[in-house]
Design a binder for this molecule. Structure first.
Ligand code: NAD
Ligand code: MN
Length: 498
C-alpha cells in the first residue's frame, strides 16, 4: 500500500483513472451530434487524458429543448424548496464523497497543486452547494403595503432555462457558484465548462443524477466558446446567461443577447486588483506574505489576483525585499506532489500569453527582480516561475492588462491621494486590498475604492456569506450570498381586488 497523500499515491491513482468526455443531455452520456471531439491535454506533463465531445449548435438545440421541457413539466421547479434543498444537500454530499477523484481530475486537467484541489476546491464547492441549499427554504416572498381592499404579492419565480459558461481557473467552484442558486431556485441548467477544463463538470452531472436531480434538469455540454458557447448565447430559448471569464468575451455575450432574445446576461469578468500597502500597515511581514500569496496562489490564474502591489514610498525599499523573499517561497513543482504550492499553467497558449507579458514588461522598462522564466520543459508540461517586476509605472502594459499568471507589478506611491488615483485608474473593479493601522483611513479609503470586494489587512478573504462580483468592466451581478438568487429569479407583482 502506498502511503496516503504522497506523490507516489497520487501518481498511482492518476495512472488508474479513466475519463469520459461525452456530453450529458437529458441524463444520458452522448457524443456530440457532429461526432467531433477534441483532446483533453494535461498541462502537468502534456499527456492526453481523453477525447472530449466538441458540442456545437446542434447539441445546444437538443439540450435547450430538453431543459425547457423539463422546466415546463415542473418535475424540478414544482418541488418544494425543502425538497430541492434535500436533493442539493445530497448532491453536495456526493461531491464530498468523490472529493479525491474530483480533486485529482481537476489537477490533471488544469494543473493546480493537488494540495489546493483536495482542500480549497473541493471544500469550497461542497460549501457553496450546501450553503445555497440551506438558504432556499428560508427565503420568504413579500406582501406589498396596500390598503385593506387590495392584496399585492411580490413573488420570486425561477427564470426558466439558465445557461452557464464558466472558465478553467476554478472549474468546480465557478460551476458550483452558478449551479447551486440556479438549481435551488428551480431552473433548468445547461453548463458549458471551458474547453481547457471540461472533466469535473461532466462528473458533476453524473453525481447530480445520482442525488436525484431529474434527468434533463442539469445538462453539461463541453465544447469551444465560438461553437457551443456562442450557440448558447444566441439561443432564443435561453432565459438567462451567466458567465465567468474574460472581459472581452463578457462584452461579446451582451452583443449576442442583444442580437437574439435579450436574455439576461450576468458576467463576472477580469480584474487588475490593487493591493495597497501603507507605511502604517500593522505587520509588514504578514503583508508581504499575503502579497506573495495574492499573486502566486493558483499560479496567479485568479480573477482577484493582487497583480498590482501599491507600496508607499517611505517603506518601499524595505517592503520590496520582504516581498521578493516571500514570493521566492512559491516554487513550481509537480502538481501531484502534496508539497507543491505552484502547479502548471493551464495550457501552452496561456503559458505563451504570460511569457509574452513578461517580455513586454522588460521592453517597457520595468525591472525584472525575480523569476520570469519557463521551467520543467522536459516534463512536457507548462510551468512558469513566479515573477516580480519592480519600478513599474501605471502606464505600462503589465500594470494595465490582466495577465492571469504569476506576474506581480510593484508600483510606488507618494501619499493617500496618489494611491487612490492609481488604484482606481483601471477599467476593472473586482477587488482591492488595503493595509493600514489607521481606522479612519481604512474606512474612508475602502469607500472610495471602486471595487466589489475590499479586504482590509488581509487579501482574498470571504466565504459564502459575502457577495462576490465586480464594478465597471469586471462585470455585473453577484455570486454567493443571498444576492446570488437575484440572477436566477424573476420578480412577479400580483394584485388582487378584494
Ligand atoms: P474566455 O473568456 O475566453 O473563456 C471563458 C469561457 O467562455 C470558456 O468556457 C469559453 O469557452 C467561453 N467562450 C469563449 N468565447 C466565447 C464566445 N464567443 N461565446 C461564448 N462563450 C465563449 O477566457 P479564457 O480563454 O479561458 O482565458 C482568457 C483570459 O480571460 C485569461 O487570460 C484571463 O485574463 C481571463 N479569465 C478571467 C477569468 C476570471 O475568473 N475572471 C477566468 C478565466 C479567464
Ligand atoms: Mn485541461
Amino acid at each position: 500500500m502506498t502511503e496516503f497523500n504522497t506523490l507516489a499515491y497520487w501518481q498511482q491513482k492518476a495512472a488508474s483513472m479513466s475519463f469520459d468526455g461525452r456530453a450529458i443531455i437529458n441524463g444520458k452520456r452522448v457524443s456530440s451530434a457532429s461526432g467531433e471531439v477534441f483532446d483533453c491535454i494535461s498541462p502537468v506533463d502534456g499527456r492526453i487524458l481523453c477525447e472530449v465531445a466538441s458540442c456545437d449548435h446542434k447539441d445546444v438545440n437538443d439540450a435547450v429543448r430538453v431543459a425547457r421541457e423539463k422546466f415546463n413539466s415542473g418535475v424540478w421547479a414544482d418541488r418544494s424548496p425543502a425538497e430541492r434543498k434535500t436533493t442539493l444537500l445530497k448532491f453536495a454530499a456526493l461531491i464530498k464523497e468523490h472529493g479525491e477523484e474530483l480533486a485529482l481530475t481537476e489537477t490533471l486537467d488544469m494543473g493546480k497543486p493537488i494540495s489546493d484541489s483536495t482542500t480549497v476546491d473541493v471544500n469550497a464547492t461542497v460549501r457553496a452547494i450546501q450553503w445555497t441549499a440551506e438558504a432556499i427554504d428560508k427565503l420568504y416572498d413579500e406582501v406589498a403595503p396596500t390598503s385593506n381592499k387590495e392584496l399585492g404579492l411580490v413573488t420570486r419565480e425561477p427564470v426558466g432555462v439558465v445557461a452557464a459558461i464558466v472558465p478553467w481557473n476554478f472549474p468546480m467552484i465557478m460551476a458550483a457558484w452558478k449551479l447551486a442558486p440556479a438549481l435551488a431556485m428551480g431552473n433548468s441548467v445547461i453548463l458549458k465548462p471551458s474547453e481547457k477544463s471540461p472533466l469535473t463538470a461532466l462528473k458533476f452531472a453524473e453525481l447530480a443524477l445520482e442525488a436525484g436531480i431529474p434527468e434533463g434538469v442539469l445538462n453539461v455540454l463541453p465544447g469551444f466558446g465560438h461553437t457551443a458557447g456562442k450557440a448558447l448565447a444566441l439561443h432564443d430559448d435561453v432565459d438567462t446567461l451567466v458567465f465567468t471569464g474574460s472581459t472581452a468575451i463578457a462584452k461579446q455575450l451582451m452583443v449576442y443577447a442583444g442580437e437574439s432574445n435579450m436574455k439576461r446576461v450576468w458576467t463576472e469578468a477580469g480584474g487588475k486588483s490593487p493591493n495597497i500597502v501603507f507605511a502604517d500597515a500593522p505587520d509588514l511581514d504578514r503583508a508581504a506574505q499575503a502579497a506573495a500569496a495574492a499573486i502566486c496562489f493558483n499560479q496567479g490564474e485568479v480573477c482577484t489576483a493582487g497583480s498590482r502591489l501599491l507600496v508607499e514610498d517611505s517603506i518601499a525599499d524595505e517592503f520590496i525585499v520582504k516581498v521578493r523573499e516571500a514570493v521566492a517561497q512559491w516554487q513550481p513543482g509537480n502538481p501531484l506532489d502534496p508539497k507543491t504550492n505552484v502547479g502548471a499553467i493551464v495550457d501552452k497558449a496561456q503559458q505563451g500569453r504570460v511569457l509574452q507579458y513578461i517580455e513586454t514588461g522588460k521592453q517597457e522598462g520595468a525591472t525584472l527582480a525575480l523569476g520570469g522564466e519557463c521551467c520543467f520543459q522536459e516534463t512536457g508540461g507548462c510551468y512558469i516561475q513566479p515573477t516580480v517586476f519592480e519600478d513599474v509605472v501605471p502606464a505600462m502594459t503589465i500594470a494595465k492588462e490582466e495577465i492571469f499568471g504569476p506576474v506581480l507589478s510593484v508600483i510606488r506611491f507618494k501619499d493617500e491621494a496618489d494611491a487612490l488615483r492609481i488604484a482606481n485608474d483601471t477599467i476593472y473593479g473586482l477587488a482591492a486590498g488595503l493595509w493600514t493601522n489607521d481606522l479612519t483611513r481604512a474606512h474612508t479609503f475602502a469607500r472610495k475604492l471602486r471595487a466589489g470586494s475590499v479586504w482590509v489587512n488581509d487579501y482574498d478573504m470571504g466565504d459564502m456569506t459575502a457577495p462576490f462580483g465586480g464594478y465597471k468592466q469586471s462585470g455585473n451581478g453577484r455570486d454567493k450570498s443571498l444576492h446570488a438568487f437575484d440572477k436566477y429569479s424573476e420578480i412577479k407583482a400580483t394584485w388582487f381586488r378584494l
